[in-house]
Structures are given as structure tokens and as C-alpha cells.
Design a protein around this ligand. Sequence first.
Ligand code: FES
Length: 115
Amino acid sequence: VSYPDIVQLAGGKPVFVRHRTKKEIEEAQNVDVAKLPDPQPDSARVKKPEWLVVVGVCTHLGCIPLGHQGKFDGWFCPCHGSDYDTSGRIRQGPAPRNLEVPEYAFLSDTKIKIG
Ligand code: FES
């Protein structure tokens, strides 16, 4: 995974920390939430819109999705073709749920404590 995606380990799981562009934030916000397979507004998934923090494990069978791929600019899981958007929400494919948002806190503007 290349910058700006950073993979860290929290409790053994990979975590994606994505610094979202203005365009990616708008894409995440301008979605008809009711039409999503796992309806969740972007605002419920981020503490600061510029930063998305999600567990990097596909909710289908646990593969690690690839960043900046797929139809929705988010993540694509090549195992069985699940497409996640810039909020880490499942948009297409067999995965039943959005990428999980772990416990985390901003210690400062540039430091995040995960777990
Ligand atoms: Fe990701 Fe099946 S494990 S699509």
C-alpha cells in the first residue's frame, strides 16, 4: 500500500488510514445512504472528514482489499469482487457489511491512537 494509505497493525489486524482528498470526501458524502447494502452515513464513520480509519479486512471472507481500486475509488477485494467506496462502505459484490471502523482517537492533528 502506498502513501497516502498506511497500513498499521491493531490487535493483529491491518488498519487502513486514508487521508481523503476533497473529491473523495464529497463522493463519500453525496451518496443516497438508503440505497447502500449496509446503510451508514459517512459522518457516522469518520471523526474528521479528511481521515478515514477502517479495519482492512473484507467483510466477506477476510481478504485484504486493495486501495484506490474498483469502481468507487475506495478499495477492491480481488478474492470475490467486493467494491468499497471512499468511506469504506460496501457498494457492490458479496461482502455483507462495510469495512469496520476500529476504536481510535486523535491525540493531535497528526497523531491517531488506534485501539
Ligand atoms: Fe473479499 Fe470475498 S473475501 S470478496
